[in-house]
Design a binder for this molecule. Structure first.
Ligand code: FEO
Length: 402
């Protein structure tokens, strides 16, 4: 029944869109859905590269059968075992009992561990080549992009890199599949959010993978999430390259928590100070009203970060503390930092935020502001000064880098 989208002469897109899942990994909200991409290669032998979430397993099988037209499926190549891609393995084994499951040692261990299935497997080594006939598939082990078993598969004939999660993004594929068929703005934004929240801890493995693949002359990237990158493949690689080196754009994110408005007014004032000093963009997030995945994405994107918190239970505002844990666990590097806060009877927030910046080895400006109760003129002026100081440090660092 399905007319699958053709990527090149022998290669078909058989992935699916998930517009039902509310949170990816039950953690990160999906505002525009997500795609689970799988690809079918038709040659003397047939091969499927990755599967999809089990909730869409029957659709995947229908799509594959529409294309095979009675032929058998010979190989399943496993680039990544996270269940959004491996979830349909057991179902495929039922429909295609002769299927040979191809993966590295760690992936095949996980097939057994997650799905408890036996049957034919082919254990491959790094850079090994599997021939399907006209198509030679070469495997590149890229551990920790995003799990230890992750690898990429390169079709030497079509110059296609099947990259697993790498170069992927959130967002369902609405109608089109290849980048030039889609309006890309929302995918670029979702690439930052996907990277920051899902891959962000693994910057160093991403760098290793990019270096390892540098000699591979791929012309198309088929990731497991988001568009097939053809015309814009270099932009996708560049974004991952920059993010995995924690290289950021000019701009400042202000994140604050506020119970009764004092810290919020301070945030507004700091933002004004930044703007007066010529900084753009200045992005202000109320941590209570914005999802942490969006804030984290902006912190990966921009070089300046300023945090404001009231003192709460002798510590930080709880939502801000959650954000800080996410930043710490990902080891975000090279940010310029400032902080402010308020308290009703005893201040602790600015001390805690300063310790956080020290722990992260972020460059922190000298000026901090901590107000007791309502914001008053002296500290209002110091909030402007804090904005000016962060702006100066950003501009100085930018000039040194240029
Ligand atoms: Fe899309 Fe790491 O799985």
């Amino acid at each position: 029944m399905f007319h699958n989208r053709q990527i090149t002469q022998d290669i078909y897109y058989v992935g699916v869109n998930d517009r039902q899942k509310v949170k990816f990994e039950n953690l990160v909200p999906l505002y525009n859905g997500v795609s689970y991409n799988a690809y079918l290669v038709l040659d003397e032998k047939t091969a499927l590269i990755d599967t999809v979430d089990i909730h869409f397993g029957e659709i995947l099988v229908d799509k594959i059968q529409s294309q095979l037209q009675g032929r058998d499926l010979d190989y399943l190549i496993i680039n990544h075992m996270e269940p959004d891609h491996s979830g349909s393995i057991r179902l495929l084994r039922k429909y295609f009992p002769n299927l040979v499951i191809v993966g590295n040692e760690r992936a095949l261990d996980m097939v057994e561990g997650f799905y408890g299935i036996g049957g034919a497997t082919l254990k491959i080594q790094d850079e090994q080549i599997l021939s399907l006939g006209r198509h030679q598939l070469q495997f590149f082990l890229t551990p920790m992009v995003h799990w230890p078993e992750t690898m990429m598969t390169y079709d030497m004939k079509e110059k296609i890199l099947f990259s697993g999660d790498a170069f992927g993004c959130f967002g369902s594929l609405d109608g089109g599949v290849i980048d030039t068929e889609l309006e890309l703005d929302r995918y670029w934004e979702e690439m930052y959010r996907y990277y920051a929240n899902i891959i962000g801890k693994y910057g160093s493995p991403v760098q290793k993978a990019i270096k390892k693949l540098a000699p591979v002359p791929f012309e198309i990237i088929c990731s497991t999430h988001g568009p097939v990158w053809k015309a814009y493949r270099q932009k996708a690689v560049d974004i991952y390259d920059r993010l995995s080196r924690f290289e950021a754009e000019e701009g400042v994110v202000i994140v604050y928590g506020s119970m009764y408005g004092t810290t919020e007014l301070m945030a507004e004032t700091v933002a004004q100070g930044l703007s007066e000093a010529g900084i753009k963009p200045v992005i202000v997030h109320n941590v209570s009203n914005q999802d942490l995945s969006v804030i984290l994405s902006d912190i990966y994107k921009y070089r300046g970060c300023i945090m404001g918190s009231p003192t709460y239970n002798n510590g930080l505002f709880p939502e801000l503390e959650d954000l800080i844990k996410k930043i710490e666990s990902r080891g975000v590097k090279n940010r310029i930092f400032g902080c402010f806060g308020s308290y009703s009877w005893s201040g602790a927030a600015v001390k805690n935020l300063s310790e956080f910046a020290h722990h992260m080895s972020w460059k922190m400006v000298e000026q901090t502001v901590e107000e007791k109760q309502g914001l008053k003129k002296d500290n209002y002026e110091l909030c402007l000064k804090l904005g000016h100081q962060v702006a100066s440090l950003l501009i100085d660092t930018q000039q040194k880098n240029n």
